[in-house]
Design a protein around this ligand. Structure first.
Ligand SMILES: [Zn+2]
Length: 212
């Protein structure tokens, strides 16, 4: 008997992710797939992910009210802590995963810069726009969804930058793969539209007690 090969249709993230988000209860295996899809999308836009070795990614858990990418030093694992109120809100899970996936793409270990946080917010907005069925209208309004003014400020600068030069991140990461290690000098050299004060602001440590 001749073996028949069927072409398996590729699942589009913009189909899969809303479907995932409407499933209840949440399937943890699908969470991994969503993370992988978000990372692949991030790589397409911003360049290859940085290998976090000796750390490895070990999934998500829910606790507290502030999402964060955590390094577990002893086990050498990276985990996403999502907020407790996201546990039963799959749209919120997607929203928070989109942000943390940018941190996973470019792990910096010590702290994150305004630039990296702004890009993480920009990527959240991208997915809110790609899956409008998942998000209440306010998710498409940065003023409303980034209640913390520091995130809004970081988002606004990165948004403007990417509007002018969609390949800016790829360009910069080909020279320095870790976004939080970008220097003002790198920015003003590679992106002529950026002035020195903005470059310094983007490369400064994101001032928040806890990283989001
Ligand atoms: Zn963050």
């Amino acid at each position: 008997m001749q073996l028949q090969l069927f072409e398996i249709p590729k699942v589009e993230p913009t189909d899969f992710i809303p479907r995932f988000a409407s499933a209840n209860p949440l399937d943890p295996n699908n969470v991994d797939q969503v993370i992988e899809m978000l990372l692949e999308d991030g790589e397409m836009l911003f360049g290859k992910r940085v290998d976090p070795a000796p750390y490895s990614f070990d999934g998500i858990y829910f606790s507290s009210n502030v999402p964060i990418m955590k390094y577990r030093e002893e086990e050498q694992k990276i985990v996403f802590r999502l907020s407790s109120d996201a546990r039963n809100d799959n749209s919120k899970i997607v929203w928070q995963l989109a942000h943390e996936c940018v941190h996973l793409l470019t792990p910096a270990r010590l702290w994150t810069s305004m630039f990296e946080e702004g890009l993480a917010c920009w990527f959240q907005m991208r997915w809110a726009k790609l899956c409008p069925q998942l998000f209440p209208e306010h998710k498409c309004n940065p003023e409303k969804c980034f209640a913390n003014k520091r995130f809004l400020e970081a988002y606004t600068i990165v948004e403007e930058l990417l509007k002018q030069d969609p390949d800016a991140i790829k360009k910069l990461r080909s020279l320095q793969p870790v976004i939080s290690k970008f220097t003002p000098k790198l920015l003003v050299t590679e992106l002529p539209q950026i002035d020195v004060p903005t470059a310094k602001l983007l490369c400064s440590r994101f001032a928040q007690k806890q990283r989001d």
